[in-house]
Design a protein around this ligand. Structure first.
Ligand SMILES: NC(=O)c1ccc[n+]([C@@H]2O[C@H](COP(=O)([O-])OP(=O)(O)OC[C@H]3O[C@@H](n4cnc5c(N)ncnc54)[C@H](OP(=O)(O)O)[C@@H]3O)[C@@H](O)[C@H]2O)c1
Length: 259
């Protein structure tokens, strides 16, 4: 039986990774800075304290592990700058503990966008490539949660924001997690890019959102300037050949609203 260490085990994606590891009967350990305080834990998994930015706790967490899945995040400021540093610490701890492979969660075409967060993600990928440990990068499209977060933000003030010209191929975190666990369990796995089952204009996603949530009020078209706008308007965030047969946006939203 493989034993998996999930870094970022309490996060949106990491929680799904832990869930799937447990479903597949794998020994599952998660790393968190505050494992005792987190509500996002699954029964059956072991949680250890550690901080990938400093490297604290990584040596202990790697003991007896066959593969590491890195699903951690650091979106803003200092944390963002620390992402590649953390990758270096994780890779070094894996090498020292003779853990053969690290699988890392990243974003479609992240190296083609001059947006600070994406540049940090690209640097994180590079830190793994530069390390002495074998790494596999699983890049996915935006999660269903991300676009829904924009709609939910508008819901609070009675509007539905729609980023002008944006088109997405959003994926359920469960489907992203499946790709990560598949890569972790297959010793011959290569870097892979996966996306959700359908490509939708954000305006269409807004229609689906309003249908399932009952939200009314005006749809507000918003410009998306800069590199991120270019990424979302010009299909750089899409992966036509990498669509999974997974949960559609409507299915995911229906489930969320029912919960
Ligand atoms: N959102 C999207 O649409 C999307 C699409 C494709 C890929 N991704 C990628 O998916 C990954 C996960 O994103 P997410 O939204 O699931 O993140 P999230 O919900 O914000 O969770 C972040 C996780 O990182 C952990 N973490 C942060 N700093 C840490 C540190 N210093 N040491 C150890 N753990 C640390 C947190 O654990 P504790 O707080 O418990 O320590 C938490 O479990 C990111 O790398 C992101 O780029 C996201």
């Amino acid at each position: 039986m493989s034993r998996v260490l999930v870094i970022g085990a309490t996060g949106l994606a990491g929680r799904e990774v832990v869930k799937q590891c447990l479903h597949r009967g794998l020994g599952t350990r998660g790393l968190s800075r505050h494992p005792d305080k987190s509500k996002n834990r699954h029964d059956g998994a072991e949680y250890l304290a550690g901080d990938a930015f400093t490297g604290a706790g990584l040596a202990e967490a790697m003991k007896g592990v066959d593969v590491v899945i890195d699903a951690m995040d650091g979106k803003f400021g200092k944390a963002r700058k620390q992402l590649p540093v953390a990758a270096g610490h994780i890779a070094e701890a894996a090498r020292t503990a003779q853990v053969p492979r690290v699988v890392v969660l990243s974003i479609v075409n992240v190296d083609q966008v001059r947006f600070a967060y994406y540049q940090a993600k690209a640097a994180q990928e590079q830190a793994y490539r530069d390390s002495d440990v074998e790494s596999v990068v699983v890049r996915t499209t935006q999660f269903h949660d991300l676009v829904t977060g924009v709609f939910d933000g508008g819901r609070k003030v009675g509007v539905t924001p729609v980023l002008r010209g944006a088109r997405f191929q959003t994926i359920a975190t469960a489907d992203a997690a499946k790709a990560l666990v598949d890569a972790a369990l297959n010793p011959g796995s290569k870097n892979v890019t996966v996306g959700g089952p359908e490509q939708l204009d954000m305006a269409v996603m807004a229609r689906i959102y309003r249908q399932f949530t009952g939200v009314r009020g005006p749809k507000i078209p918003l410009p998306i300037p800069g590199a991120l706008g270019h990424y979302w308007r010009n299909g750089v965030n899409l992966v036509p050949d990498g669509a999974v047969r997974g949960t559609t946006y409507a299915e995911w939203l229906e489930e969320r609203e029912r919960a």
